[in-house]
Design a protein around this ligand. Structure first.
Ligand code: SAM
Length: 288
């Protein structure tokens, strides 16, 4: 997979084709579609491997590459990591090639490529989404991915980020062969973990303890919150979301409660640690 069907000569040829395609409309793209996500520029194999590692792709994953080019990301994931997947691109010839390669690699039962516009693609089945798209397109794509992906889905992007939606992790490394493509011989990868939607009013209960009104404000994975009990209000400390995991600290007098839990739709539950080995279960349901 590292060489074989995608030999250096083919890739180099494709790169030059891509750079030319950046300036002109390509013949394989139906006239009703715009290649607004950018021209076809393949991600080098070494970068593909790092993207799959950063997203921790495994056999249970369903990887969707939006703007899949020659299919390299979904094909490598299926071939080397036994995942399933789906790729869309507006270039019909690249889609035809990708499906042919899936057959020759023996993974066509687990992956499919379709000619489709990214904005018309159903992404709800993804557990991992991969991207190598231009910055302005990334900004337009941000609300679709934030709203339509399941909480916990990992998104990995090659070189471009989502601006105000801060990434959860990143990785930069040298890639000499990228000098051809972008004039910059290194790559930066960004990882986001889609957070559960928790904004609103919640009723929180500690097992064998008190009842609290919790109000959360959310901006992507960043939270702010206030909690009220018996008429006394306090701010949540260190609130944080990571996919479906939520963490925050509540101070009650001199007691510090470290809350951690999992969100499942309109419910969340977990454990609160109060130091000295004292822990309690807690749960919360949405609605004041
Ligand atoms: C930079 S290439 C990335 C290819 C592949 N993901 C990779 O990393 O090797 C971007 C791809 O997005 C496709 N593309 C651009 N705009 C698109 C759109 N609106 N809908 C579907 N595909 C699009 C292009 O045809 C191109 O193949």
């Amino acid at each position: 997979m590292k060489s074989g069907w995608r030999s250096a000569a083919v890739v180099t040829g494709m790169m030059w084709a891509c750079i030319a395609a950046g300036a002109q409309k390509q013949p394989n793209v139906p006239p009703e579609y715009e290649r607004e996500g950018g021209p076809y520029v393949p991600t080098p194999n070494v970068v593909v491997d790092q993207m799959l590692t950063l997203a921790n792709v495994g056999a249970s994953d369903y990887v969707i590459d939006l703007g899949s080019g020659d299919g390299i990301i979904v094909l490598t994931a299926a071939h080397q990591r036994k995942s399933s997947g789906y790729g869309v691109d507006i270039d019909e010839e690249l889609i035809r090639l990708s499906n042919l390669r899936a057959k020759s690699l023996g993974v066509s039962g687990r992956v499919l490529f379709e000619a489709k516009d990214i904005f018309k693609t159903d992404v709800s089945k993804a557990t991992v989404v991969t991207l190598y798209l231009l910055p302005e397109f990334m900004r337009r794509l941000r609300p679709k991915l934030f709203n339509e992906l399941k909480p916990g889905t990992r998104i990995v992007s090659h070189d471009y980020h989502f601006d105000e939606w801060q990434h959860d992790d990143d990785l930069s490394f040298d890639v000499p062969e990228k000098e051809f493509i972008s004039g910059v011989p290194h790559a930066t990868l960004y990882l986001w973990i889609v957070p559960a939607k928790v904004e609103g009013a919640w009723r929180l209960q500690l097992d064998g303890g008190g009842e609290y009104s919790l109000v959360l404000k959310q901006r992507y994975q960043n939270l702010e919150g206030t909690v009220e009990t018996k008429g006394r209000q306090a701010g949540l400390l260190e609130p944080k979301m990571k996919g479906t995991e939520i963490n925050f600290v509540l101070l009650q007098g001199a007691t510090r409660g470290q809350f951690s839990g999992k969100v499942n739709g309109n419910r969340m539950e977990g454990t609160a640690n109060f130091g000295d080995g004292k822990a309690m279960r807690w749960s919360a349901s949405k609605g004041s």
